[in-house]
Design a protein around this ligand. Sequence first.
Ligand code: ATP
Length: 527
Amino acid sequence: MTRPKAEPAGPTGPAGQPAGPPRVAMAGIAKRFGDVVANDAADLELAAGEIHALVGENGAGKSTLMSVLYGLLAPDEGEIRVDGQPVRFRSPVDAVEAGMGMVHQAFRLFPSMTVAENVVYRAETRGTAGLLDRRAAVRAVQDLSERYGLRVDPQARVRSLSVGVLQRVEILKALHRDAQVLILDEPTAVLTPQETRLLFDVLRGLRDAGRTVVIVTHKLGEVLELSDRVTVLRDGRTVARLVTAETTGAEIARHMTGRAVDLDGHHVPGTPGAPVLHVEGLTVGPPSGRPVVDDVSLSVRAGEIVGIAGVAGNGQVELLEAIAGLRPARDGSVRVGATLLDGYSAGRRREAGIAYIPEDRAATGSAVAASVADNLAIGFHRRQPLRKGWRLDRGAVREHARRIIEHFDIKVSSPSVPAGTLSGGNLQKLVVGREMAHDAPVLLVDQPTRGVDIGAIENIHARLRAYRDAGHAVLLASAELSELMALADRLLVMFGGRVVADLARADATEENVGLAMAGLATREVAS
Ligand SMILES: Nc1ncnc2c1ncn2[C@@H]1O[C@H](COP(=O)(O)OP(=O)(O)OP(=O)(O)O)[C@@H](O)[C@H]1O
């Protein structure tokens, strides 16, 4: 298939309606999985030279629509046109040929190969004897990375690279195949603030060079900052097409949810009681060498949420895992009330009163091949009322699942479907709902709202507050500073494995927390 090369945006500009046919026009797309309607009359128009945000609640059908556009799924109904011409993609090979490129959330790269080898893989220049022309590959990567400011070393092995750089390699891969439309699924979910800034500069550069960028995201701040136009999906349908400069976060949220949403999430203080969780001198890491958690002491009171702020990779995950018993500690101790938990397995710690919502909902948090009902029974399966004698009571398991599904508004056709078919945000709600149902005195929470939509964020935040107000102790790690500001009664900042700031909520500002996150604070102690 032939197609025109990228041209800068036409005279009307990307924010207005383009003069010629849109680069991509999807009309009346329908896609069903059994009884589940993932897309139903979904429309999407993408212009050359624009950044287009695709938004909607969890399960609204965004990933499905993008999978259709990238040839991963065949639609049941509807039409796709590229530059005015009708197309039918039988596989991603057809979509790539038509100028589509996709950067998935889970990167699809070969760790043992170099950046250049990955970028040109299956689209490589071969020299005589059919061997890969490595010099040509390195040159191709250098050219592209210079043109679009995608800083990478073409000769580096992929296994040694950080998440932000891996994402750049994926973008380079798509550009090497001359993608005119670049689709990014929640591209900032795993990036540091600095990497996010770099990515945005690259995406703006691509837009200015006439390419089309589609970002699928839940972060309305990013939509407003980066995009030119917005398409909103609800229940599989397109419910709004907006020009970003002419709309507001509140309006987008209203289209997404069909109701007014409180986007600010003001902090409502709790009334803390006696300390419940005590951590003393906890140190985690190899027997010799630098610890990843370095001599951390903290306590959390009943009726209190203590937040942990920090740039990803500063020991937050390891700290929570060590408290939950999923990672051995080199030194230090953990107590719940009067019970010393040292030497206890994760299972015994759970019995002693610790519930844990992990960061990685798919790998640690759930068994994706098992049913939703069985996933919701994890941790309850040894006790009443789910266990009757030697056996699980299937009726009780279903009833238990039904209650959590309703309470957390988990979108699922039936509790018997595999958890892996849930959309990312709904899987997150499943793990949060199950762990809160334990009613444990101590709840450890890591990134509770990553990938969930604004309505669900409001719901999860309200439930975390209610959990605290019922007299439980909550230790919450989050990469979203706004989330910590809305929930935490006290804020710790981790840097290099240590707690470098301990602030009462009233003393925490985005500025002093941000400085501490960058390692620029001396320890302050909350009164
Ligand atoms: N392979 C599949 N089998 C069964 N149901 C599926 C499958 N893929 C998606 N679905 C369902 O289709 C609906 C739309 O899912 P989709 O992943 O497109 O939503 P989304 O808007 O991308 O959500 P999120 O923001 O949570 O990622 C959901 O109800 C989901 O459970």
